[in-house]
Design a protein around this ligand. Structure first.
Ligand SMILES: C[S@@+](CC[C@H](N)C(=O)[O-])C[C@H]1O[C@@H](n2cnc3c(N)ncnc32)[C@H](O)[C@@H]1O
Length: 200
């Protein structure tokens, strides 16, 4: 059996993220996570938010690790990963009332980020909630010098990666019926942005 991969960051930021999800996903029942990574967040949140069925997903190379976490958790409300590359995969329409993703927007290319918003807009039910955790820029500025350095290091690794302006994400959202309602300041100069699917 595959060893469970471990991220110190995912361990550390889990509790403050959970506090926000408790509130934002309070009335939800079906959650999709995009880019589950190690699978640690999925186990932690499915264990705490028992009213949710938590669907993990990621690109295929991360599936063995996510499966290892899902299997060892024994949680009945935690589902093994969907094969999901936001650039190529389609999702069934109007299926989830909650979508969560962490630390993905600065890793994906900007076109892939737009694809993620398109997928979220398609698969969320009207009134559903999308929570995106990570570092963002606002008003053309980084909120900390550490984030400016992080952005530069991402760009040096791959010019398609980088910390995204929240205004660009809002524009992608509007293109897919997603309107931002909140922006939570989180530890270590991160944020959680929350969009809701318009009820038409
Ligand atoms: C920095 S990791 C974050 C993992 C986890 N969410 C966390 O916070 O610990 C970025 C994640 O985005 C996923 N990802 C990158 N490009 C993707 C794409 N095109 N479609 C879906 N997931 C993608 C990676 O596979 C990885 O799991």
């Amino acid at each position: 059996m595959t060893d469970r991969p471990f991220s110190e960051y995912a361990e550390r930021n889990g509790s403050p993220i959970l506090d926000v999800l408790r509130y934002e996903f309070d009335r939800c029942s079906r959650a999709l996570e995009i880019g589950s990574g190690t699978g640690q967040h999925a186990v932690r949140f499915a264990d705490a938010l028992t009213h949710l069925t938590w669907q993990t997903s990621d690109v295929d190379k991360n599936h063995p690790g996510i499966r290892a976490w899902v299997t060892s958790s024994g949680l009945a409300n935690l589902l093994p990963p969907l094969s999901l590359d936001v650039r190529h995969t389609s999702l069934p329409a109007l299926t989830y009332d909650a979508v969560y993703s962490a630390n993905t927007a600065h890793i994906m290319s900007i076109d892939a980020v737009n694809c993620m918003f398109e997928l979220v807009g398609t698969t969320l039910l009207a009134g559903g909630t999308f929570c995106l955790y990570g570092p963002f820029r606002q008003g053309g500025e980084f909120n900390a010098s550490s984030n400016a350095k992080f952005h530069a290091s991402l760009r040096a690794q791959n010019p398609e990666m980088g910390i995204r302006p929240i205004e660009d994400l809002d524009e992608f959202g509007r293109g897919h019926d997603l309107i931002r309602s909140r922006l939570y300041a989180m530890p270590a100069n991160n944020h959680i942005a929350v969009w809701h699917k318009e009820t038409k």
